[in-house]
Design a protein around this ligand. Sequence first.
Ligand code: SDX
Length: 393
Amino acid sequence: ESGMFTLDPGFTSTASCESHITFIDGDEGTLLYRGYPIDELAENSDFIEVAYLLLSGELPDEDQYAGFKDDITYHTMVHEHFKQFYDGFRRDAHPMAIMCGVVGALSAFYHDSTDIHDPEQRKIASHRMIAKMPTIAAMAHKYCVGQPFVSPRNELSYTENFLRMCFSVPAEDYEVNKTLAKALDKIFILHMDHEQNASTSTVRLAGSSGANPFACIAAGIACLWGPAHGGANEAALKMLQEIGTKDRIPEYIAKAKDKSDPFRLMGFGHRVYKNYDPRAQVMQKACHEVLDALDIKDDPLLEVAMELEKIALEDEYFIEKKLYPNIDFYSGITLKAMGFPTSMFTVLFAVARTVGWIAQWQEMLEDPNQRIGRPRQIYTGAAKRSFVARDKR
Ligand code: SDX
C-alpha cells in the first residue's frame, strides 16, 4: 500500500487547500492580502480595516467599518470567572503557556458560539476571539509582571486599547503615544495572515475534525510558540543580546553555517521566501520610527542586527541558500523598545495572527470540498509478527 503515497516531509510540495485569502510569491518577495500589497496596507490601513478585509474579502466602506468596529468592541471584556484561570499559573510562567491554556478554556465559557454548522455562531465566535485576544494577552502580561488587570476601553482603537491594557498601572493611566500605537498597528497588520504556515495549517487541521473555534485557535497558538515559527521573534532578540557586540558576529555566522551545530540564525530564512521577506522591510522601517519616537539613539541591538544582516547577505552560504531576514528579525527590537518583555513577543504575534487563523478556518468550513484532514504515511516499521510471552523474550 505504501507505494500509493508520495512522501513529502514538511509538505514542501503539497497544497492542502484552495484559498482566496493570501497570495505569496516567494521568489519575487510579494505578499498580498485579498490582492492588496502588504506594504500598502501597513502604511495606509488599520487593524480593524485589514481584519475586515481578510474575513470578508473586500475593504469596508464607512458603514461597514463602523459596524465591524462595533461588533468587535462589543466583545472586548472577558467573564469575571475567566480571570481565575490566571491564578493557577506560576508567577514566572511563560505568557505563551498561559495563552495556550486560557484560550482553550474560552470554549467552556461561550457554549452559545461553538456550533460550527451555524453561520451566525461562527461569526460571533470569530468576533469574540478577535475582540478578546488583546484583553487575554494583556492579562497574561499583567499577571507575569505582578500588576492588576486593566479593563478594556472601547473608545480607544484596537491597538491603543491593547497598549493601555498592557502598560497602565493603578497609579498612572497609560497615555497613548500615537506614533507607537500606529507602529504597533502596522506590526499587527504585517503578522495577520501568511497562507498555510505551520500554525494556520494546524488550525485548519484541528478545525477539519469539527472542533470548536476556540479549541482550534488554541491549537494554532501552541504551534506558533515553536522557535522555528512565531517563537523566532523572541529567539532572535535573545540571539542579538547574546551576540552583544559587532565583533562577535563572525563567530555566530560560522556557528550558523556549521552543520554539526544546531544553531541557526534566528529571524533568517523562510520556507517560501527566497528573496527579502516584504514584511521585514516594512518592519525595519517601523523599527526606526519607534526608536526615533522614543528618542533612542544608537540602540546597540539594532546596530548588531543591521551589521549581522549586512554580513550575512554578503556571505556565500546565505546567498547560495537564499536566506534573508524574515518578519521576526526586526520585530523584537521594535517591541522591546516599546516596553514589551521578550516573553511577550510571540503573544503579540498570536494576537495579530488570530485574524488570519479565523479567516482561514471560516474559509475551510465554507469549502464544499472540505473533509477531515488525514495524511497517510510510508510505513517503515517491523513486518507482521506474532506476540511472544514476556518470559519467552
Ligand atoms: C515564521 O511559514 C511561514 O509563513 C511562517 C511565517 C508566518 O508568517 O507564518 O513567516 C512566520 O515562522 C518565520 C520564520 C521564523 N523562523 C526563524 O527565523 C528560525 C530560523 N529559520 C529557520 O529555522 C528556517 O529557515 C525556517 C524554519 C524558517 C524554514 O525552514 P525550511 O523551509 O525547512 O528550510 P530548511 O531548514 O530546509 O533550510 C534550507 C537550508 C538548510 O541547509 P541545507 O540542509 O540545505 O544545507 O538553509 C539552511 C538549512 O540548514 N538554513 C539556515 C537557516 N535557515 C535555513 N542556516 C542558517 N541559519 C538559518 N536561519
